[in-house]
Design a protein around this ligand. Sequence first.
Ligand code: TRP
Length: 477
Amino acid sequence: MSTPETSIHGEWSSRLAFILAATGSAVGLGNIWRFPYITGEYGGGAFVIVYLLCIALIGLPVMMAEVLLGKRGRSSPINSMRILAQEAKRTRWWQALGWAGVVAGFLILSFYSIIAGWALAYIPRVASGMFTVVNDLSTTKEVADFVGARFGDLVGDPLRLLAWHTAFMIVTITMVAGGVQGGLERAVRWMMPALFIVLLVLVGYAMSTPKFMDGVHFMFDVDFHKLFYPKGEFSGEGVLVAMGQAFFSLSLGMGAIMVYGAYLPKHASIAQTTTAVVVADTFIAILAGLIIFPIVFSNGLEPGGGAGLVFKILPIAFGQMPFGSVMGTLFFVLLALAAWSSAISLIEPAVAWLVETGKFSRLSATIGCGVAAWLVGFATVFSFNIWSGVHPLSMFSAFKDKTLFNLIEYLTTNIMLPLGGLFIAIFVAWLMKRQIVAEELESSPESFGYRLWQFLLRYVTPLGVGLVFLNAIGVFS
Ligand code: TRP
C-alpha cells in the first residue's frame, strides 16, 4: 500500500510559499486579540512562561508531526488519517481525528469571524478620526470611558455585528474558493512584513507612555501565585488556558496545518519550516503584549478587561499618537488580512474533504462550509447583546457566567485542540513506522534531533496534556 505522491488540490510553489501560508494561518487574532486578553485575565508573567513552555515543548513537536501526517497522506485530514492508519495497519477509527478537526474548525471559525468583524468595523471608525476626541478629555478615566462606550456601541448592536460577520465570511469564501495558491501566497508575502512594521511602530508608542516598564514587568515577572490562585482559591484553569492558547495560536490540533502539509512539495524540510513559523508566531504575540499592557497601565486600566481588551486599548493610542488615524487604519486593515489568512485554514480541511468525495466542486464545497459556519456564528453575535445574560452551563461552577461564545471558545481551544494534538502525537510517535517517519523528516532515526523530537512527542506531550487536564478538573487541588 503506497501513499499518494501529490495532492489533487495543488501544491505550494516552494518551501517559502508553505512557510508564508502556515505563518499566515498561525498569525492572526490569536496573537493580537486573544493572547493579550487572556494574559491579562490570568495575571501576566507566570501565564506567559507556561505558554512559552507549551509552545516549545509541545507546540513545535506537534506541529512537525501534523505537517508530517499531511505531507505523507497528501489529502484532507479525514482521508490522510484513513490512508495512514491503513499504511500503519491500525484501525480505521483514526479518521475520527479528521472529523473532530472539521467540527472544531467550524466552531472556531464561527466566533473567529465575529471578532474579525470587529477589526473590520474599526477600520472606518479609526480612519474617520473617531478617537482623536481623546485628546480633549482631561482624565484617563474619561478616555477609558469614551473608548469603552464606543466598543459597547458596536457589540451591543446585533445587526451591526451580523453585517461585519457576513462581510468577513463572504471574503473568506471567495479566498478559499480560489484554491491554495491563488492570491494567498502573494498577499501574505507583503502583509506579514507590513504587520510587523506597524507593530514595531506601536511598540515605539508604548515605550513613550509613562508606564511602559509596568507593562513589561506585568508580562515577564513570574509569580505563580497569580496563575494558580486567580481569585484566592486554587485553580488549574490558567495552565489549561495557556496550553490551549499555544495550540490555538499555532493553528494546531484540528488539521489546518495537516492540510497545508499535504500541499508541501516533496522535498521540503519539515523541521526548518515549522521552526520558522513557530518563531514568527511567538514573536508577534509578545510584541502585541508589549504594546497593549503599557497602554493599559498608563491609562489606569485593568489588564483583565476580557475579550474587548485590544479594541478598548489601541484606539487610545490611535487617538493620541501623531498620524494615529493613518496608523490605526493601517493596523486594522492588516489585522483583518491576518484574520483572513487564518480563517481560510479553518475551513480548508472540510472543503478539501468534500472535494475529494468527488461530489462537490471547490466552489460549492466552500459556499456550503462557509454558510454553515456563518449560521453557527449567530450564537456568538448574540452572546454580546441579546443573549449576554444566557449562561447555559451555569450549573457547573467551572462554566459559571460563561456565555455561548465563552463556551464555544473554551471547548474548542482548551479541550478539542489539545486532545487533537495528543492523538496526533500518539499516532506519529507510537504507531507509525519509524522508517517512514524518518523518511518524511529526511532525518536518521539515530540522530539527536530525531530522538529528542520523538521523546517530546512520546512522553512530554501525552503527559503534559494529561496532567494539565487533570489539574484543570481539580485533581491536584
Ligand atoms: N492560529 C490562528 C490565530 O492565531 C487561528 C487559527 C487558524 C487556528 N487556523 C487554526 C486555530 C486552526 C486553531 C486551529 O489567529
